[in-house]
Design a protein around this ligand. Structure first.
Ligand code: 5RP
Length: 220
């Protein structure tokens, strides 16, 4: 199986978690796009979705799925999203698609985070994938200096403006052995909107697409 087939395999397994009449939390990215596409046969059986990006909203609406404003939804069962890296504790790096802030917000409201990835995303230690940090534009250089002081090598993602009108710094050369601690430290820097470490709100269910089909792990 190639990487895309593995993403499809994980996405199809995630559809099994969708209950009738549910509102779904929907993430962003190529793996999630496969998940959205596979909602087609059951789209009339769900109430709708809460989306984490303009791109996912457009894809959901194009399929005829109603997209709710998060402020109009108290809570919902599942949030389905991809990741750039995930470790055995189900902490993740996210934000490769620059949607990390809205992803973190929608994930926070969901009862269960279902992470769908191909097997290249599963790692022992986070940090090989450059860590995305969304920053307020005027704070970009200040935040970059603070991230350098933490041992990282921040690189401005040129030309990228997030759905919230902000910039992204991708931080290279980090070996993230204590994800929850680093998440807190980076989030405390003035000008940081969100860091792409999802530790405080990690995944509850991990679905990995592999050569041997979907491997499902539930957090104990
Ligand atoms: O965090 C994300 C977007 O901000 C994505 O979930 C992450 O980048 C994985 O994307 P893909 O499924 O395309 O590999």
């Amino acid at each position: 199986m190639d990487q895309n087939q593995k993403k499809i395999c994980a996405a199809e397994e995630a559809v099994k978690y969708v209950k009738e009449n549910a509102v779904l939390g929907v993430g962003t990215g190529s793996t999630v796009n496969y998940f959205i596409d596979r909602l087609e046969p059951i789209k009339d059986k769900i109430k709708g979705a809460v989306s984490s990006s303009v791109a996912s909203t457009k894809r959901l609406e194009a399929m005829g799925i109603k997209v709710f404003d998060l402020n109009d939804v108290d809570s919902f069962d599942i949030y389905v999203d991809g990741a750039d890296e995930i470790n055995p504790e189900m902490d993740m790096i996210k934000g490769g698609g620059a949607a990390l802030t809205r992803e973190k917000i929608v994930a926070a409201v969901a009862r269960k985070f279902i992470c769908i990835v191909d097997d290249t995303k599963v790692v022992d230690v986070l940090g090989k994938f450059p860590l995305p940090v969304e920053v307020i534009p005027m704070a970009r250089e200040y935040v970059a200096r603070e991230l350098t002081a933490l041992g990282g090598r921040p690189v401005y993602r040129e030309g990228c403006v997030t759905d919230n009108g902000n910039h992204i710094l991708d931080v290279h050369d980090l070996k993230i052995t204590e994800p929850k601690k680093l998440e807190q430290t980076i989030n405390a820097i003035a000008g940081v909107v969100t860091v792409g470490i999802f530790g405080r709100r990690g995944a509850d269910v991990l679905i990995v697409g592999t050569d041997n089909g979907a491997k499902v792990t539930e957090k104990k």
